[in-house]
Design a protein around this ligand. Structure first.
Ligand code: ATP
Ligand code: MG
Length: 368
């Protein structure tokens, strides 16, 4: 990836512009971590970049930044810029293209995100960030209160980087977070969820949760029960416990899952009826949140006599024949009854036994 990135920035510098790898890739590269995409900063404008990369440019341009797929790798190329007039504590009103790398770097969020690599592969450290990277510190560039007031999402980005990288937050940055946390209410739930998703899917999630609780960000984020979240690999499990579905954006199927997980959180996850109705996944997620051994849940699920209605040794056609009545809602009632009896081992899942039960209880047609 590094070689391709160097090729890309050399392609820009060969056209007479300045270009540097910046941000997450440099930070992670120096920490020996993998990155998914690469941020590049340059004094070439998006228009000039489109001429250089022609076919490989993705159509959408956004705030003077351009996505280029080059040698199969995704590059976010941003023109050196100054942010002017922040609105609603989030995103600048407009950006002005500039020619100075230094001025572009000081508008960025944290020192560790300001490190660059030039077209020779050399690290460029204009803001003396290397010390913070080596000492594992997340520190705002400039005055934290100013920077968090410009864009309150940076508060969550700080927590996210401290979580994922297992870094400490600088003292002054912490002061800024405490002072500005009220501004999080101005940030869209979509943006907040994006950052929280990254925190909650981190292997180091417990540290992220500790930090959110420690600085009282849970209240500002309108999140309940954060202290009840158990270590888990399930993002949807965490969101279910947090009880926020009406404010934060979830898809229809996520909402359905959250609803079911919440129902099952109040039930016994080893109960055959609960396992049968809500399935292994929902029960495992809820069980994990309650600290129940997942192998026990899986075992109980695997021991269910039937996993779905089709596994009953009788079909609706047979039920209709036995009852000798036109099809109707009664069929579903009988199925429910049979499922329960079989799941709790009151009768065997055997065609003759099931028919016998139907005849006894519902008065079936006489045998011919
Ligand atoms: P990752 O890609 O691993 O999530 P990143 O640091 O690359 O982390 P991006 O969101 O890709 O984060 O942003 C790229 C760079 O742009 C950052 O490293 C930072 O320098 C700058 N940046 C991003 N968001 C902000 C922001 N809200 N305020 C100031 N600078 C920002
Ligand atoms: Mg990035």
């Amino acid at each position: 990836m590094f070689e391709e990135a160097l090729k890309l920035i050399n392609k820009i510098t060969d056209n007479g512009f300045k270009a540097y790898i910046v941000g997450g890739f440099v930070r992670d590269y120096l920490l020996g971590l993998e990155s998914n995409d690469i941020d590049v900063t340059t004094n070439a404008t998006p228009k000039e970049l489109m001429d250089i990369f022609k076919d490989s440019v993705e159509p959408k341009t956004d705030y003077g930044s351009l996505t280029v797929i080059y040698h199969g790798i995704r590059f976010e190329i941003t023109t050196f810029r100054k942010d002017i007039g922040y609105v609603n504590n989030r995103r600048p009103d407009r950006v002005e293209y500039i020619d100075s790398l230094y001025d572009d770097l000081i508008r960025r969020d944290f020192t560790v995100n300001s490190l660059c690599i030039d077209n020779n592969g050399e690290v460029v450290d204009l803001l003396s960030a290397r010390g913070d990277l080596d000492n594992k510190i997340i520190r705002c560039i400039g005055d934290p209160v100013t920077r968090f007031s410009e864009d309150a999402l940076r508060i969550l980005r700080a927590i996210r980087f401290a979580t994922i990288l297992n870094f400490d937050l600088d003292k002054n940055t912490i002061k800024g977070i405490k002072e500005c946390k009220g501004l999080l209410k101005n940030i869209s739930y979509y943006r907040k969820k994006e950052e929280l998703d990254k925190i909650f899917t981190s292997k180091n999630v417990s540290r992220g949760i500790d930090l959110l609780l420690k600085y009282g960000l849970d209240k500002e984020l309108e999140i309940d029960n954060l202290n009840k979240v158990k270590e888990t690999n399930s993002l949807i499990g965490i969101w279910s416990v947090l009880n926020v579905s009406s404010k934060y954006p979830f898809t229809k199927s996520e909402k359905e899952l959250i609803k079911n997980i919440n129902i099952v959180l109040d039930k016994n996850n080893l109960d055959p009826g609960t396992l049968y109705k809500y399935g292994l996944y929902v029960n495992s997620v809820a069980g994990e949140m309650k600290g129940i051994d997942i192998t026990k849940i899986t075992e109980s699920y695997n021991n269910l006599i039937i996993k779905n209605r089709k596994e009953l040794d009788i079909d609706s056609k047979t039920i209709i024949e036995v009852i000798n009545k036109k099809a109707g809602p009664y069929i579903n009632d009988i199925f429910n009854d049979l499922e329960n009896l079989v799941l709790y081992r009151r009768i065997k899942n055997n065609r003759e036994e099931l028919i016998k039960h139907i005849k006894n209880k519902y008065g079936g047609a006489n045998e011919e």
